[in-house]
Design a protein around this ligand. Sequence first.
Ligand code: UD1
Ligand code: CA
Length: 450
Amino acid sequence: MKLVFVILAAGQGTRMKSDLPKVLHPLGGQPMIVHALNTARALTSAKPILVVGRGAQAVRETVGDDATFVEQAERLGTGHAVLQVRGALQGRSDLVLISCADMPLLTVETLRRLVERQRQNSGPITMLTMMADDPRGFGRIIRDESGAVVKIAEEAVATPEQLSVRELNTAAYCFAADWLWSHVAQIPLSLPKQEYYLTDLVEMAVAEGLRVEAVIADDATEALGINTRVHLAEAERVLRRRINERWMLTGVTIVDPDTTYIEPDVTIGQDTVVWPNTHLRGQTTIGERCHIGPNTIVVDCRIGDRCRVLASVLESAVMEDEADVGPFGHLRKGARLCKGAHMGNFGELKNSTLGPGAKMGHFSYLGDAEVGAEANIGAGTITCNYDGTRKHKTVIGAGAFIGSDTMLVAPVRVGKRAKTGAGAVVTRDVPDDALAYGVPAQVRSKSNDE
Ligand code: UD1
Ligand code: CA
């Protein structure tokens, strides 16, 4: 049975108090809408339909080809929003799953249960409900004495007795498509807010003697809708906890899950320990038995097994097995620490490789450099790789010993096992096994030029 997922997103999101559309606010490192789209993709191969309001250009640009857009020019309620989709979908699916873009915490498992229940349902609607002490203005689920659902009472029109009900409408539903498309245009206008309520379909089905089923969510936090930035932070916490628990259950130690921020696409190997205040972001992979953090940010990096990273920032870098960084190291784009390489305090590496077992212990900057195996980079060594217009390369041979405070004026090569003296300013190539020392700086005053 073909299933299509319809995501409602035409609301203004005024309570976010933001120039950015609500569904583009970042959550777990991605725009909020991406969570619903990922869920849709996991549930069905059909392209999701996204209902947007007028002027949702930024949303269209972010989502691109991942959804079919339907515009709701006037915001006349959830029933009216779904009616806009009829032209695109009628006759094209058996089931229609409807949910909202501002409910990013709904899990694939829960929605699958909803769809499965509707497949078994002789009637046209199965909806997701939740039990909660705080009704948050949600629609109340009204059942008869036998427990069958008879209607959803919206807060604006509910009686005091209905208002006391604590089973609430999450606003996720699965419909039999034919029934939905033949009834959605008949929803009456609801007076207090002058809106067409999608929820009125429940009463309409019951009036026809058809059965409406409800699946109660196991975990009410899934149905947290996001209307304010307070809700956004709550949702962030829920997502963070889910991701962290998943890694802990696969064998990663997270010392303090409340202060560990792992984005959805990150992977971590068994027996790795993540210390507090650590952010693992983007397409990062971390191997087994590493120690990462505390106070560390890793973005788009590949880290091997048994590595250590302490209080450092790593971006688009690679660490092979047993390499270590920190405290206070900065690996920038294109940095690579080969097996067992060490970069200590206040090191910075950009587009550079430290060969296997090479060491760079203190206060150094290497840019566009290639350092051979087991070389030692003395404290304060700097590559002068930029001449103001172009970047130049520095090559340091295996086993070389670079003295403290050496300036390597690129392009330049230092041979294998070569040495440089403390404070050397190296402007010419140094052959294998040779020693370079001294400072060639000479001063040319302005009058000499003339
Ligand atoms: C809706 C439900 C309510 C449920 C609650 C859960 C109705 C009538 N009520 O109420 O039972 O408990 O959600 O959050 O459906 N939207 C459009 N176009 C519109 C109106 C809304 O696309 O014209 C979208 C919004 O962007 C939002 C979703 O539909 O994502 C829900 O709309 P909202 O106005 O927040 O509905 P509620 O009144 O909260
Ligand atoms: Ca709402």
